[in-house]
Design a protein around this ligand. Sequence first.
Ligand code: PMP
Length: 386
Amino acid sequence: MAETDASRVVYFDHAATSWPKPDVVLDAMQRAMHDAGGNPGRGAHRLAVAASRTILEARGAVAGLLGVAEPRNIVFTAGCTEGLNVAIKGLIRRGDRVVVSSMEHNAVARPLNMLAAAGVIVDVVRADEYGNVDADAVELAVAERETRAVICQHASNVTGSIQPVGDLADIAHDAGAVLIVDGAQATGHLRVDVGALGADVYASSGHKGLLGPQGVGILYLSSDIDPDELVQGGSGGNSEEPMQPRLRPDRYEAGTSNTPGIAGLGAAARYLAVHGDELRVLEGELTSRMHEGLLGIEGLRVLGPLPGEERVPVISVVHERIDGDRIAFELDRRYGIAVRAGLHCAPWAHNTVGTLDSGALRFGIGYGLTSADVDYALDAMREICA
Ligand code: PMP
């Protein structure tokens, strides 16, 4: 098999998966496999206890990072998609009505499309052409009729727009609805305080801005809600009970946990607790530099908020003549630059900003990148687009 020379990659695909990871993440994963290799929550021997402790500590670190007072309200999942599925399918019933933004990823859109076919009413509130969701428009939609849930992303994986989820929490609660937030593009890149935000559900990926490995995510469930679990099975305790125990987080974590992944995510959360602010300042600087540079390239339309407006470090562009896939191919082949072209699993969002037919070319900025990398990518773009 041909080897990829990772040292020659200039990585701008952080919105899909962040890479590289801080060394502490890799070390924690190796330690979990080497020193804590038992089955967590199952058995009392030292390696099983060490595995349980690894998960306990990771849960505490993630809860601390995200302002969650009770760590048992953080459930470890396989990713943001699983967390959103638990919340959506565990809370919403036939005949219920959902108000959702038009910027959502397929991790929200597809479960909702399935529920809509089974008798759930799904009303979509259209965001503006920059990808910004208007809280007033959501409030108007919620006021139209009884609503079970409002669902909105915290930030867009297409335009980088940051949505007013704090306001949406008040709007949902005033109407007796719950707010479900998709935080996949926000955690790590924004200072997220889930407690202060007031969301009932906050789901995110471990492998993007949180700098953890793939295959692990987080799902925050407030103490006030009680969604059904999606999966039943072994929970490590109360084995005589015929039904899934209601104890959190065990209820939502049936089967053996991804201990190495969770260990990595825990280490990443501890890393971000110390270095997160510094990283966010750098990401802001690199994003502005990239944004201004892209705006100066003829033939490119830059999606999302305007310069000076807030965004997460995601910038997508469309060239008036050259296909995004073609540019992405050239960036990789000629320059070793990794980006993502296409629809980014978000046809609703692309439809909202008018790029459903063309797709877009996305630069995701994050840990490990420098201003020299941004300048290199901009030079490459100028050459390809000339
Ligand atoms: N929502 C958004 C906004 C995303 O960007 C992504 C990842 N592309 C997801 C959900 C799905 O996350 P995961 O891969 O962790 O399931």
